[in-house]
Design a binder for this molecule. Structure first.
Ligand code: FCB
Length: 479
């Protein structure tokens, strides 16, 4: 049989469509600092990072990279790199301290000034509403496992959209809700550090519901031209072998890793197999109320993918497999699982070509993901995060030569180009991260930036990868 002709003209690998957004990404708690300024109150990440033993070296985001005070310098740096877009997140407790009630104008003023400075430099802002910093007060009222939090999130979304909607063209609701639910409430390696399988599934539903409610609110408040998105870390799951058992393991991880989000968001509801896998943990009929799935399924305009590495899994291997190996999923160490209902699945992290996080370098997972998402959801896509940590060394001349990061980004940009050539409608690429920052449970120990930050002096120095990326942007691609 002859292959059917591609639906869109094929572009040579390395070519990117006109108007492609060349971006970099950050998140509020990882960069802003100013933790107690201008009315901001603690988020779950402030509390968690100040709890001994939770974050490497006792690091926290009190000062971080002081972006709150240095944003003008940082935006100039973005402009020097030629970025056409910048993805940042809004700190919920900075603009609505207790997670309830009116907005704090001083908090909003910071984002107004940031966005205005970006626009002055022709950098198009993409605002993420939730990159993991739930107001601590809401956690104390039950956090994401309680339904009320979803409604609080939609109210906060409205406050942010009213203040910034006239100047932010692209909004994403949640960043990686999988991490919020399963690392935050399941394995406990992220804030708030709770370890209950049932709570993690309840959190997942209420994050979904919060997303849907927020989409509804954003549509009411934002101008019609605004685009609404969500950023998911969909796992590119591969079975270790082609046996039925390993394929079943992959199915389970896809269900609780991916389809728990994409089912209700794009396919009309939670998948039956996910509900069956987790039936002993939560009562889905009680958790999901009539109308919830329709709410979660409100149409969005763009789908963001955060991609770092593929996920290879197999069925439980019996005695030879240690419990430790079974949990070697790249998502931190905990005796509690972040895969409720599928705790026995074994993860296989390749270890021959890895980043400083121990994450395998395999860009085929990015092209496969984008092509699969295009096929399955038919939405315009953005790569809202991709990048790598390496052990950067500052040379005697003060410069950082980081060929490994250049190689990583180049391979992944080639993968994006390949997906575009195969017909995926990919609108932008946001490198994680603009600059070194607070890497959650790893503190300041892992550097993902293309700009080096000296944490003593806060001096920013573009690494070789930043200069390389600037050149890619100038040429409009890799060719
Ligand atoms: C993602 C997070 C981002 C950053 C990268 C390395 O999971 O969204 O904040 O930590 O990983």
């Amino acid at each position: 049989m002859r292959p059917s002709p591609p639906t869109t003209p094929r572009r040579p690998p390395g070519a990117f469509p006109p108007g492609f957004a060349w971006g970099a990404a950050t998140a509020a708690y990882q960069i802003e600092g100013a933790a107690a300024e201008d009315g901001r109150t603690p988020s779950i990440w402030d509390t968690f990072s100040h709890t001994p033993g939770k974050v490497l070296n006792g690091d926290h985001g009190d000062v971080a990279v002081d972006h709150y005070h240095r944003f003008r310098e940082d935006v100039r740096m973005m402009a020097d790199l030629g970025l056409t877009s910048y993805r940042f997140s809004i700190s919920w407790p900075r603009i609505q301290p207790t997670g309830r009630g009116p907005a704090v104008e001083r908090g909003l003023d910071f984002y107004r000034a940031l966005v205005d400075t970006l626009l002055e430099h022709d950098i198009s802002p993409v605002a993420t509403l939730y990159h993991w910093d739930l107001p601590q007060d809401l956690e104390e009222a039950g956090g994401w496992p309680v339904r009320e939090t979803a409604y609080r999130f939609a109210d906060y979304a409205a406050l942010a959209a009213r203040a910034l909607g006239d100047r932010v063209p692209v909004w994403t609701t949640l960043n990686e809700p999988w991490c919020s639910a399963f690392l935050g409430y399941g394995s406990g390696v992220h804030a708030p550090g709770r370890t209950s399988a049932a709570d993690s599934l309840k959190a997942a539903h209420h994050l979904n519901l919060g997303h849907g409610l927020a989409v509804g609110t954003l549509r009411e408040v934002l101008p019609a031209s605004a685009k609404i998105a969500v950023s998911l870390n969909l796992h590119l799951v591969r079975p270790l072998t082609d046996t039925d058992q390993d394929r079943e393991a992959a199915r389970r991880i896809e269900a609780v890793g991916n389809r728990i989000w994409t089912g209700p968001m794009f396919k009309g509801g939670y998948p039956a197999d996910l509900k069956a896998d987790t039936a002993g943990i939560v009562d889905w009929d009680e958790l999901v109320r009539p109308g919830d799935e329709a709410e979660i399924g409100r149409p969005i305009d763009l789908l963001g993918l955060n991609y770092y590495n593929p996920t290879v899994v197999s069925a439980p291997r019996g005695d030879t497999e240690t419990a430790e190996a079974a949990r070697n999923d790249g998502h931190g160490d905990s005796e509690f699982s972040c895969w409720p209902g599928s705790e026995d699945v074994v993860f296989h992290l390749a270890n021959d070509d890895v980043t400083a996080m121990g994450w395998p370098i395999d860009a085929t997972g990015l092209s496969d993901s984008l092509i699969g998402m295009h096929r399955d959801f038919g939405l315009p896509l953005m790569v809202t995060e991709n990048g790598a940590a390496f052990e950067d060394v500052v040379g005697p001349d003060g410069q950082v030569d980081d060929p490994e990061r250049i190689r990583y980004v180049k391979l992944h940009l080639e993968a994006v180009a390949e997906a575009i050539a195969a017909g995926a409608d990919v609108r932008g690429y946001y490198l994680w991260s603009l600059m070194d920052n607070f890497e959650w449970a790893y503190g300041y120990g892992k550097r993902f930036g293309i700009v080096h930050v000296d944490y003593e002096t806060q001096q920013r120095t573009p690494k070789a990868s930043a200069r390389w990326y600037a050149e890619v942007i100038r040429r409009g691609g890799l060719a």
